[in-house]
Design a protein around this ligand. Structure first.
Ligand SMILES: Cc1cc2nc3c(=O)[nH]c(=O)nc-3n(C[C@H](O)[C@H](O)[C@H](O)COP(=O)(O)OP(=O)(O)OC[C@H]3O[C@@H](n4cnc5c(N)ncnc54)[C@H](O)[C@@H]3O)c2cc1C
Length: 364
């Protein structure tokens, strides 16, 4: 058994954990990240980033995503398909999403963090948390004893850290993806768009199609489907039926065996921690429930958590106090979007697409 001391320990090496680690390294705070998987690790993801995500990486961490992380095409347009179908679809004008390979993106972020001096302990989970005077002690599955003053829980939607603080379950919504190989001859069928189907007959969140270099991803998300149930997989069957009707040319691509991925997005009022234990990213519930976008919010909240830790070290007051202020707007944004998504009727979905400003009819 070895005992080690760090100013801060981050749990989870996803975008939130790496962003927090990078920010703390910039502030010369001695930091360790504990990651349960061996890196690089897979994460179920559509791999799309809005301009705001690029901006956050640049403004807060001085990072520019390298070419090798992008898919082909490197950007895609955004198409909304309302319940009434493809005939009323719209392409959001002057709007693009960056198309990344999620494994490469996370792997790039972890190597950036390591290059700035952040240590990452892989294949390791914390299994016990103890408090002694002002110190937090973590016992890990690899037999280490970690002494620290701050913990940032960046351990995703099913956060262990969150569970230690609140000791209850938080709702989350399953998102299920199937990836199909894309032969060259299909290039003209799947255009460089993120197609979002706002059809609650299929799913009450969204169903989508994304074009990657050599694959097409179909996704369905539904906040009423039960955890690990077949329900969400059945929703995919419904979605494919809709596709056959609305975009019959796509059907031939669905003839091969897909790679399947099921994971979750948070669906609760954000919870940001307790005293000197903070939560960031999915662990805190920071996600845009309407679009499923969470990477930008993970990076942003990771940075804010790190800033709060630094301030707490200087001012000798609880980190949560500073973090609360930093994330006020993020909490408000996530709550508003979740309420909006929760109350979407078929009629509102139809009108959302209709009301989009600066639109043209898209030729699909
Ligand atoms: C199917 C799907 C598609 C999505 N598509 C998009 C998209 O296109 N764009 C977008 O912006 N967002 C997307 N999201 C959301 C996005 O993936 C998340 O919001 C984002 O990954 C959150 O980052 P994070 O660092 O908080 O958590 P994660 O990326 O989940 O990272 C958490 C890390 O913690 C580790 N961990 C977990 N438990 C422990 C533990 N006990 N001990 C140590 N380590 C632990 C995990 O192994 C992982 O590495 C999607 C989500 C889903 C489910």
């Amino acid at each position: 058994m070895t005992a080690k001391k760090y100013d801060a320990v981050i749990i989870g090496a996803g975008p939130a954990g790496c962003a927090a680690g990078l920010k703390l390294a910039n502030e010369e705070v001695n930091t360790l990240i504990v990651e349960k998987k061996k890196l690089p690790r897979e994460k179920a993801c559509a791999g799309l980033l809005p301009e705001a995500a690029i901006q956050v990486l640049e403004d807060y961490l001085n990072l520019k995503i390298p070419e090798k992380v992008f898919e082909e095409p490197s950007t895609v347009g955004l198409v909304y398909i309302p319940p009434s179908g493809v005939k009323n679809a719209v392409l959001k004008l002057n709007y693009k999403l960056y198309n990344i390979n999620r494994v490469k993106f996370d792997s790039w972020l972890t190597s950036e963090a390591e290059s700035k001096g952040v240590k990452i302990l892989q294949n390791t989970r914390p299994e016990k948390i103890l408090f002694k005077n002002k110190e937090i002690i973590l016992k890990t599955t690899s037999g280490e004893t970690l002494h620290t003053s701050y913990i940032i829980g960046c351990d995703g939607v099913k956060s262990w850290v969150r569970h230690q603080i609140f000791n209850k379950n938080f709702p989350h919504a399953p998102v299920y993806q199937e990836s199909y190989p894309l032969k060259k001859e299909y290039n003209n069928i799947v255009k460089p768009y993120f197609y979002i189907f706002l059809n609650s007959q299929v799913c009450n969140l969204y169903s989508y199609i994304i074009r990657k270099k050599d694959k097409m991803i179909l996704g369905v998300g539904d906040f009423n489907s039960k955890k690990n149930s077949k329900e969400i997989v059945n929703k995919m069957t419904e979605f494919k039926k809709l596709l056959t009707k609305e975009l019959p040319a796509f059907t031939q691509i669905l003839n091969s065996n897909p790679v399947r991925q099921l994971w979750f997005i948070p669906f609760f009022t954000p919870e940001i921690g307790l005293e000197n234990i903070l939560l960031a990213g999915d662990a805190a519930g920071f996600v845009n429930s309407f679009s499923g976008e969470g990477i930008r919010l993970a990076v942003e909240s990771g940075v804010y958590a790190a800033e709060a830790v630094k301030k707490s070290i200087i001012e000798k007051d609880q980190a949560l106090k500073y973090y609360q202020k930093n994330v006020e707007n993020l909490i408000d944004f996530c709550n508003k979007i979740r309420d909006y998504t929760n109350n979407l009727t078929e009629h509102k979905r139809e009108n959302y697409v209709k009301d989009l400003k600066a639109i043209i009819k898209v030729a699909l």
